[in-house]
Design a binder for this molecule. Structure first.
Ligand SMILES: [Zn+2]
Ligand SMILES: [Zn+2]
Ligand SMILES: [Zn+2]
Length: 270
């Protein structure tokens, strides 16, 4: 089964342009230099006739989620997977409200897949929605599911891939022959067995200058070479990296992604 992956945002936590900055990338007229906060959408069609046959799974709800959802005409979500609980990955949570309401979903709440650490932060930040005592009537109709080894969404298996983000263990995901690893500073040895035989690898690559919590472009290139996917796309990109200029320096099979980029992916077998 094939599906489509859409890069909703490819920017780092501050987005590009970065507020207050007048550098060449922040003032660039190339639309590929405009980067919203990082998120992807995975879409496919199945044979089931539950609310149509269009399936949509989102990874992370960053602060730009509403604008991103409007840009792709998102009307329905079957699940959200969270990588971790930093603001650039969760603060669009409240904009799940309209698409979680009954007129789209019937009685079923949207499942949000999260680790215990991410769940705790979501429950704290969004207590008015997620606390058992929440009384806010317009709250999002969602339920948190703990990420396990295999997480099936309408026949597609989402596997968590543990990665490190500085000192923080966070979660990447593999689905079919694609893996999405954002906010990576290193990949534990044990995770490589989940990254074999990939068509598409999406990996974060922040900038050239070292950062304690993120891979530089050169470090990301080393991991990408070791994983050896057919095509690697870099994401979570800061304003130091101009799209065209950086892409000219990258080897065959590796490119910076950009907002709105669509990639056909194989979802059939992991
Ligand atoms: Zn981030
Ligand atoms: Zn800048
Ligand atoms: Zn982060």
């Amino acid at each position: 089964m094939t599906g489509e992956l859409i890069f909703l945002g490819t920017g780092t936590s501050m987005g590009v342009p970065t507020l207050g900055c007048e550098c060449a990338v922040c003032t660039s007229v190339d639309p590929k230099d405009k980067r919203l906060r990082p998120s992807i959408l995975i879409r496919w069609k199945d044979d089931a006739a539950v609310r149509g046959n269009e399936r949509s799974v989102l990874i992370d709800t960053g602060p730009d989620f509403r604008a991103q959802a409007l840009a792709v005409g998102l009307r329905h979500l079957d699940a959200v997977f969270y990588t971790h609980s930093h603001a650039d990955h969760i603060l669009g949570f409240d904009d799940l409200r309209p698409i979680s309401f009954e007129w789209y979903r019937g009685a079923e709440a949207i499942p949000l897949y999260a680790t215990d650490e991410t769940r705790q932060t979501l429950e704290h930040v969004f207590a008015y929605t997620l606390s058992p005592r929440a009384t806010y009537t317009n709250r999002a109709r969602v339920r948190i599911e703990t990420v396990v080894e295999h997480n099936a969404v309408h026949g597609v298996d989402f596997l968590p891939v543990p990665v490190m983000h500085g000192d923080l263990p966070i979660t990447g995901y593999r689905f079919g022959k694609t893996a999405y690893l954002t906010d990576v500073s290193s990949i534990p040895e044990n995770s490589f067995k989940l990254l074999t035989n990939l068509d598409v690898l999406i990996l974060s690559a922040l900038r050239h200058k070292p950062h304690p919590n993120h891979l530089t472009l050169n470090q990301a290139l080393e991991w990408a070479e070791r994983i050896g996917a057919r095509q690697t796309w870099f994401t979570h990109i800061a304003h130091e990296l101009g799209h065209e200029a950086t892409n000219k320096t990258l080897p065959l099979g590796v490119k910076l992604a950009h907002d709105g980029l669509r990639v056909e992916i194989e979802l059939g077998c992991a």
